[in-house]
Design a binder for this molecule. Sequence first.
Ligand SMILES: [Zn+2]
Length: 250
Amino acid sequence: MPLYSADALVLRTYKLGETDRIVVFLTRDRGKKRGVARGAARSRRRFGGALEPMTRVRVAYFEKEQRELVSLDYAEPVRSPLSATDPDALGYVGYFAELIDETAPDADPSEPLFRLGAAVVEAMAQGVAADRLARYLEHWVLRLQGVSPSVTACQACGAALADEGAWLARPELVLRCRRCGGSGGPPDLSPAALGFLRQAALLPPERLGEVAFPPQVGRELERVHRVLIAAHLERELRSLRVLRDWAPNG
Ligand SMILES: [Zn+2]
């Protein structure tokens, strides 16, 4: 039975019987895996704090041909979201993990998705505010899935969107200028929100603290991303409801 070791991101766990846990994790090199962590439900000794969602870990696992479940030999935490200094961060951890889990194809390696998740964990640990990271992660997940609309030019006429903002056209789910898509109301994404996305495309997440992010920008991006993600996944994420119930100003 071959033994693999890998950099990975823990996405979620659930109990298997009285003593074991199933761990869903995204490896850097071999895609998403499901593994049995023997004894993890009974004792924390062997896997320590390594199985919390969004923990970056070093893992070793045995894989049998034709067998979907791998067997975890060990998992050692490398970076934990529990070290985040933003008090709101822990409420977002489940959402981040679910977003990555739902968009990571089974057994189809996506190193960019792993690197995105790992960079977000690192930024959390460095104290970047979780709501900025949420909008950043959503934007990049949509881009990696190839379903992010252009944030620079109107999809109907090609006009630049930066000055007046952008209107989300439905059901096409593309961004348009005021002339092509504006209904007379304010834009779905203001020039400031589009500015955040342009910066997010250029900066690593640990530098998001440098980018202007007024509350209104956060709300606009959250609404538009929610529509795009729900349309892409054809449902709303479970953890969004939890997050809404939990968020102090949600
Ligand atoms: Zn236009």
